[in-house]
Every structure is written in C-alpha cells, then in structure tokens.
Write a protein that binds this ligand. Structure first.
Ligand code: E4P
Length: 218
C-alpha cells in the first residue's frame, strides 16, 4: 500500500518524508488556501517545492470546471515537473479531461468520488488514481469503507489498472481498514500516519528495556 500525505504544508511533508515511508503527496485548493498559497505564480512554485521534497507522485488540482480550462490548466501543471499528477473533479468535463490526459500518457487523479459508478467511469477514462472520499462519506452517516470495498470488487472483476487512492482519510483506523480491504494507496494527514506508531505496550516494553540496560551498565 502506498502512503501519500494529504497536505500542502511543507514542514509536514518533510517530516513524513524523513520517516522514509512516504510515496507521494495530494493537495487540493482548500489545502493550498490553508497554507496561504494564492496567486498562480505562488501556486505553481509551491508544487515545484513539494516535488523537490518527495520522490513520488504529487497531485495538483485544476481549478477550472470546463473541459478546455481543465486541459489548459492540467497541461501547465504537468509541464511543471515529471512527478505532477493532474487532479480532476468527477464531472462530465472532468472525465473527458481525464481521457484526454490519459491518452497523452499524463498521470491523473479523479477526485471527489462518492459512488462506485463514478469510480467505474474514472477507470474507463483511464485514470491513474481514483479518489473515493472515505471521511466525507462517514461524515454523513454513510459507510466510506464500504465504497472502497465496492470499488475494489469492480476493479478486480475487470482488471482495471486505475489505483484506488483512499482519500479523506481522517484517522489511523481508516488507514488500517483501507489496507485490509486492499486500497492501493491512502492519503491522510500526518497525525493519522504517526498514529500507526502508537501502542502502549511498545512504550512500556521500551521503558523496561532502558531501565534493565541502565541497571547493568551504570
Ligand atoms: C483528496 O485528495 C482530498 O485532498 C482530501 O483527502 C480531502 O480530505 P478531507 O475530507 O479531510 O478534506
């Protein structure tokens, strides 16, 4: 399972990268705004900065909503760096744009996916990644993990190569459960990734090892 971090914060990306387990980054316009990154030049520079920290794929989302605009913006983003993946919304124009980029061999991530039918369309359009939003479905009392399971089944039935990128992952158990289902990738906040480290028996065991070592070596 690939681990992506879902942030535009460079320090968080550096911290996750320093663990040696990071496979990529996803961003979206809200995450960019949260970091105060505004204006086209700053936005493009920020994506290049992210690419210089990590080795894997970096999803950069278009802001246009029409096909021509998405193609124009996506080409500009893809030209920035070979690690850039063009992130497109699950709309009619987004699906058309996805097909356009996949035909050109440019990686894509179809985002804002909330149903198995939408995921099927994204795969048909040749998306590199499909991003079902687990947490936002949970927020409205709908089982987000069930959607991951449905998409896994459909993709496996037909051998679709589109990777299931479990998005809107909010906490550590989302990661574990997505891994059990067989999501190809998960993207989540640093806190959810670091949560995987934690177990009280690890802390107790380590404290005991240190104490026993010190008894014999002081
Ligand atoms: C996906 O790529 C999105 O950036 C993200 O995972 C959305 O997460 P949220 O629902 O926590 O905003």
């Amino acid at each position: 399972m690939k681990f992506f971090i879902d942030t535009a914060n460079l320090n968080e990306i550096r911290e996750a990268q320093s663990l040696g387990i990071l496979d990529g980054v996803t961003t979206n316009p809200s995450l960019m705004a949260k970091e105060g990154i505004t204006g086209l030049d700053n936005i493009l520079k920020h994506y290049v900065d992210i690419c210089s920290i990590v080795e894997g794929d970096v999803s950069a989302e278009v802001n246009a909503t029409d096909y021509e605009g998405m193609v124009r913006e996506g080409e500009q983003l893809a030209d920035l760096h070979p690690q850039i993946v063009v992130k497109l919304p699950m709309t009619k124009d987004g699906v058309r744009a996805c097909k356009y980029f996949s035909d050109k061999g440019i990686k894509t991530n179809v985002t804002l996916v909330f149903s198995a039918g939408q995921a099927l369309l994204a795969a048909k359009a040749g998306a590199t990644y499909v991003s079902p939003f687990v947490g936002r479905l949970d927020d409205i009392s709908t089982d987000g993990l069930n959607l991951i399971q449905e998409i896994r089944e459909i993709y496996d039935n037909y051998g679709f190569e589109t990777e299931i990128l479990a998005a809107s992952v909010r906490h550590t158990m989302h990661i574990v459960n997505c891994a059990k289902i067989g999501a190809d990738v998960m993207t989540g906040p640093l806190s959810a990734i670091l949560g995987l480290l934690k177990h009280p028996l690890t802390d107790i065991g380590l404290a005991q090892f240190i104490a026993d070592y010190q008894k014999g070596n002081s």
